[in-house]
Design a protein around this ligand. Structure first.
Ligand code: AP5
Ligand code: MG
Length: 216
């Protein structure tokens, strides 16, 4: 099964994609994580993307389409994948349709997480990640069990994203409304869209997604 998790910054796409990886063995394809990995490795693409990401604006379509096309061609994606952060524009959605058709693959569902703007800002402002294993946490909604120690690997160092602040969120939300929201009617017309309440707690959101996927 191949699905898209769609929603504004901080909606819970990454959180839910990781639940689906664990539960269903699907592969999370997060374009944001791929770009951050390219930055860490000091690749030219990373350097080009960093300025845009830190400002909260989108990276050019051509780069993102190429990145996903290469990734989807890898054998592990045959298990089914979860697109998290892609597509983010109508040209990206159109390119995805073409690349899937060329590989005899298809999309089974597009799940839209609906979350109020104030909650999004609170979610990104409190987010932090284990510097070693990448497990995700939140100061208020998902703190580590032992303060300062990663539940998953015991590491004691954490990172916060440079774009996770109220100022950059304004630009990220503007990009979502102006450039990404038009893909919602695009998928509605194809009969693939399922909108769910992303304001609920993480387990309830997970249950709503499971209920949709179990019917497919
Ligand atoms: P990306 O990394 O994709 O960021 P984003 O879309 O802004 O989304 P986030 O990762 O911030 O949020 P999320 O929905 O994954 O939320 P999470 O689960 O972590 O992109 C970053 C940048 O890269 C872009 O701005 C752009 O520059 C570039 N880029 C990437 N893809 C691109 C593309 N295709 N085209 C062009 N440019 C691209 O949850 C957030 C927090 O809330 C966590 O702390 C979590 O613990 C908590 N939380 C989650 N769910 C709940 C819940 N139900 N209740 C309470 N707290 C919750
Ligand atoms: Mg994410």
């Amino acid at each position: 099964m191949n699905i898209i998790l769609l929603g504004p910054p901080g909606a819970g796409k990454g959180t839910q994609a990781r639940f689906l990886e664990e539960k269903r063995g699907m592969i999370q394809l997060s374009t944001g994580d791929m770009l951050r990995a390219a930055i860490k490795r000091g690749e030219p693409l990373g350097l080009e993307a960093k300025k845009l990401m830190d400002a909260g604006t989108l990276v050019p379509d051509s780069l993102m389409i190429q990145m996903i096309e290469n990734r989807i061609a890898q054998p592990d994606c045959g298990k089914g994948f979860i697109l998290d952060g892609f597509p983010r524009t109508v040209p990206q959605a159109e390119a995805l349709d073409k690349m899937l058709a060329a590989k005899n693959k298809r999309l089974d569902a597009v799940i839209e997480l609906e979350v109020d703007e104030a909650a999004l800002i609170e979610r990104v402002s409190g987010r932090y990640t284990c510097a070693k294993c990448g497990a995700g946490y939140h100061d208020k909604f998902k703190p580590t069990k032992v303060p300062g120690v990663c539940d998953a690997c015991g590491n004691k160092e954490f990172t916060r994203r440079p774009d996770d602040n109220a100022e950059t969120m304004k630009t990220r939300l503007k990009a979502f409304h102006e450039q990404t929201a038009p893909i919602i009617p695009y998928y509605q017309q194809k009969g693939l869209l399922h909108a769910i309440d992303g304001m609920a707690d993480m387990d309830q959101v997970q249950a709503s997604i499971e209920a949709i996927l179990n019917k497919i």
